[in-house]
Design a protein around this ligand. Structure first.
Ligand code: PLP
Length: 384
């Protein structure tokens, strides 16, 4: 069958730019690339307890059978949503099928025509896609630039035609491709003083920061000042799905208007039972130990970066990036490091801006100090 010419051209352009994506195979290398920061994805304890919970509660069911608004809602959903709202100290918690779905659902439905969305220029693709589906006006502000954000708010307010126009500001508490952290306190102050709604994606912060991994927003005590928090379970929590945290009104609104919530089959019970067990582990001694171990490894990584005088984007999180520049060069170094046994992934343009192509190192509780030293010593043979 013919393949449309326009699509063929797009693929050829990718080949030409050295940016063609393909599905890799698992080579059992030392993990410096997965989002499984705490090793929960391989936890036998979570796996067995989730299964046992379902058996004990006679929930022998493989699928949700429909949208949650039709046949797909079951008791475990409300039980876990209640537990999540208590753990994350907020009124409303609404589970979504993934972080991508949650961001699509929030940003496509919440900001209305006549409203404004201000987003950090490095915001995740799922938020961008959600914003694209919205009828609100969209502006970006320079990455983590508080002054630029405030200037933008002030100039938008001058543009206001309707008194009921709302402004939504969105950022990530840990940036997925940089690992850096915005000044969230200052952002909250600005949002409060200009009466704008603040939305934070905590995908890479929950499980890493805050008491028992509650995330940066709770570490800073800001949970009641954030209009919506998006937490994903596929990163440090090693499972799947996401939750949007906010007021009960926000929850009610999303149930009514968020199309990625309404028009999709709910998660199967084993996914929800897994999330339940993940949170129990976070609250246990073993969970606390895993988080501590992760932070010791982050500290060791930083010490080794300094010792080897390597140039990394400043980060306190589990994500550390070394900008190499150029798709070809970045891919070449990543390939050499993989051949040496280290699973380090190249992040290429167009995922990041041209010239900002980088090697991304994700750290885990289960990496050893020796592995960390070795991977950085290996890197130092390729970059200055
Ligand atoms: C910041 C951020 N938000 C949302 C998502 C999407 O989450 P999920 O993988 O659960 O769809 C990701 C994952 O790539 C992410 O990094």
């Amino acid at each position: 069958m013919n393949f449309p010419e326009k699509l063929q051209k797009k693929l050829q352009k990718r080949i030409h730019n050295n940016s063609l994506r393909s599905l890799g195979e698992n080579r059992n290398l030392i993990d410096f690339s997965s989002n499984d920061y705490l090793g929960f994805s391989k936890s036998e304890e979570i796996f067995k307890k989730a299964h046992q919970f379902l058996v004990t509660n006679k929930s022998i069911q493989n699928g949700a059978t429909g949208s949650r608004l039709l046949s797909g809602n079951y008791d475990l959903y409300s039980l876990v949503e209640k537990e999540l709202s208590v753990f994350h100290n907020i009124e409303g918690a609404l589970l979504f099928n993934s972080g991508y779905n949650a961001n699509l659902g929030v940003f496509s439905s919440v900001p209305q025509r006549g409203d404004y969305i201000l987003y950090d220029e490095l915001i995740h693709a799922s938020i961008r896609d959600g914003i694209q589906l919205s009828n609100a006006k969209q502006y970006k502000f320079n990455h983590n630039d508080i002054k630029h954000l405030e200037d933008r708010i002030i100039s938008i307010k001058k543009e206001f035609k309707n008194n009921d126009s709302a402004i939504y500001v969105v950022t990530e508490s840990v940036f997925s491709m940089d690992g850096d952290i915005p000044d969230l306190k200052k952002m909250v102050e600005i949002c409060e003083s200009h009466q704008v709604f603040f939305i934070v994606d905590e995908a890479h912060s929950v499980g890493v920061f805050g008491m028992n991994g509650r995330g940066l927003i709770q570490e800073l005590g800001l949970e009641n000042k954030i209009f919506a928090r998006i937490i994903t379970f596929g990163k440090a929590l090693g499972s799947h799905g996401a939750v949007v945290l906010g007021s009960q009104k926000l929850k009610e609104y999303l149930v009514n208007f968020s199309r990625s919530f309404i028009y999709t089959t709910g998660l199967p019970p084993h996914a929800i039972a897994t999330i339940k067990q993940v949170y129990q582990l976070l609250e246990s001694i073993n969970g606390v130990k895993s988080i501590q171990q992760l932070h010791e490894n982050i500290h060791h990584f930083q010490t080794e970066i300094e010792r080897l005088q390597l140039n990394f984007i400043k980060s306190k999180s589990a994500i550390h990036c070394c900008v190499v520049s150029g798709n070809e060069q970045t891919k070449r170094i990543a390939k050499r490091m993989q051949d040496n046994g280290f699973d380090v992934k190249p992040i290429l343009s167009p995922t990041v801006a041209e010239g900002q192509e980088r090697l991304r190192f994700c750290l885990h509780s289960y990496n050893t100090k020796k592995e960390i030293t070795q991977v950085l010593e290996n890197l130092s043979t390729f970059v200055m």
